[in-house]
Design a protein around this ligand. Structure first.
Ligand code: UDP
Length: 498
């Protein structure tokens, strides 16, 4: 990547030694790491980076990771990353689950903090020339406009899922949404440019609603995100162009978006900074599972994790555990402390005697070093909620997935996993009303042992290569171009919404 030393940044006329970019993530696990990775990539290329961190996340990360957390690996970067902490109105107790309403309130409080921070930074000699804002932060465009700064959206998902969401207004005008009545969710949509046909069931859950869209604030919020994305200088996708080139081109040519694939950021950052960029953890990793994995046979272990947010109902966990037990498979299962559904311990949450009966072939932990787990040769498949980071991390390691989506755009991701990339299978078929032991047992056995499982494993290994190539190809050149544009000031000024 090109270093910026000696050049002035972003055409701000300040004569600063390097362009200064401010990154604003949402303080949730699945967003902190991509931002941290992007910060590393930019800082390694000589860009001055200010990374905003909300108070709760900062307190937790500092406790878990010590002083390294507030100044991530400055010695190996061309420029140190400046971390600025802003208030968020949240509890710093990691055991308290984050309820969505509290997170939404906190985004507004963080906005006030970022406003104050920018006021300060804009008076400094090395004033920022661009903001990179989390796709779930609704005020990104407003604050960019207030300070006259170009802004970019970092989308922690695929362009394919973005495109499905972006086309929702058309689905509403054509009568697919609200999805009401018999068979409404099974109706097929075959007219979105660049995408293979998908059903209403595959539309991201927050916007696939069943009542009047105008009365639903979530729906309106999500629509505003897609609308405002057009005003961003570009949308940075933590995804890989070669996975979804046709949709990337369609978004560019037919919808006029400036699309820029720079992922997987966790891989890009470890390339540029010669170190793992996994500097942000909101829970303590339990590394003991790695030595347990060392003792297992190759491709014999099913890794089970539902990310950092999803909490499953007690009944669902019980069926999963019973199916897992009946399958006879070896497994590594992450059950977070905040996901205990009100039970006092994991033993109490799981069926009575489960831990004892599966002791010789199972390991249950509260938080995994997921990248190291997925890289381990003993892992055969990943039972996942299909959060985008998990999908990308699984694919990057060539691990096939068994998908059990719960919320957000996880159902949309499953569609691409199963039907487009063919790198995974669903845990449940669409016609299954509820989870049952026998479905679970069958699906787990198929992905780990049967021909269908072998086929998706082969495909996953193919995509592992595709992704590795992108790290030295399309994603690398897109990041280089990004850095060059910061240096030359080739950025779109913010404009008022029409
Ligand atoms: N993760 C982890 N250890 C775990 C479970 C998850 O490090 O035991 C990480 C995982 O590697 C991923 C993130 O947490 O980077 C979860 O993000 P994802 O988008 O998959 O799901 P979310 O938590 O946002 O629902």
């Amino acid at each position: 990547m090109t270093s910026s030393s000696g050049e002035s940044g972003c055409g701000n006329g300040s004569g600063a030694a390097s362009p200064h970019v401010v990154l604003v993530p949402l303080p949730v696990q699945g967003h902190l790491n991509p931002f941290s990775s992007l910060a590393h990539c930019l800082a390694a290329s000589g860009i001055s980076v200010t990374l905003v961190r909300a108070a709760r996340a900062n307190a937790i990360v500092s406790e878990i990771q010590g002083s390294a957390a507030s100044s991530p690996l400055p010695h190996i970067l061309a420029r140190p990353i400046r971390v600025e902490v802003v208030p968020d109105g949240m509890t710093s107790d990691p055991k308290q689950p984050l309820n969505p309403n509290k997170v939404r309130e906190s985004i507004e409080i963080i906005g006030k903090g970022v406003d104050g921070l920018l006021e300060k930074l804009m008076r400094e000699k090395d004033a920022p020339c661009c903001l990179i804002i989390d796709h779930l932060i609704g005020w990104g465009h407003d604050i960019a406009l207030k300070y006259g700064l170009p802004w970019m959206m970092l989308w922690m998902g695929s362009a394919s899922a973005f495109s499905v969401g972006f086309h929702v207004p058309e689905l509403v005008s054509r009568g697919y949404i609200p999805a009401v009545g018999e068979g409404a969710k099974d109706r097929m949509i075959d007219f979105v440019p660049g995408l293979s046909p998908f059903s209403v069931r595959d539309v991201p859950k927050p916007v696939r609603i069943e009542e009047d869209t105008k009365a639903n604030p979530f729906f309106q919020f999500f629509m505003s995100i897609y609308y405002k994305a057009k005003y961003a200088d570009r949308i940075l996708f933590d995804s890989v162009y070669d996975l979804e080139s046709s949709v990337a081109e369609a978004l560019r040519e037919e919808a006029g978006f400036s699309v820029c694939h720079v992922g997987p950021l966790f891989m890009m950052s470890s390339q540029t900074s010669k170190s793992s960029a996994r500097t942000v953890n909101l829970l303590q990793e339990d590394d003991s599972c790695l030595s347990w994995l060392d003792k297992q046979q190759e491709s014999s272990v099913l890794y089970i994790s539902f990310g950092s947010v999803v909490t499953l109902e007690y009944d669902v966990i019980s069926e999963l555990a019973s199916g897992l037990e009946a399958s006879g498979l070896h497994f590594l299962w992450v059950i977070r402390p905040d996901a205990l559904s009100g039970k006092a311990s994991v033993e109490e949450l799981l069926p009575e005697g489960f831990i004892d009966r599966t002791h010789s072939r199972g390991c249950v932990i509260s938080w995994a070093p997921q990248l190291a787990v997925l890289a381990h040769p003993s892992i055969g498949a990943f039972l996942t909620h299909c959060g985008w980071n998990s999908v990308l991390e699984s694919l990057s390691h060539g691990v096939p997935m068994l998908g059990f989506p719960q919320q957000a755009e996880q159902n949309t991701n499953l569609k691409f996993i199963v039907h487009d990339w063919k790198v995974g299978l669903p845990l449940l078929q669409p016609n299954m009303q509820r989870i049952e032991l026998t479905y679970v047992q069958d699906a787990m056995t198929v992905i780990m042992k049967k021909d269908e499982g072998k086929e998706v494993r082969r495909n996953a290994l193919h995509f592992k290569k595709v992704i590795l190539n992108a790290c030295n190809g399309s994603s690398k050149s897109n990041l280089e171009k990004l850095v060059q544009d910061f240096i030359s000031g080739n950025l779109k000024a913010p404009a008022p919404l029409q």
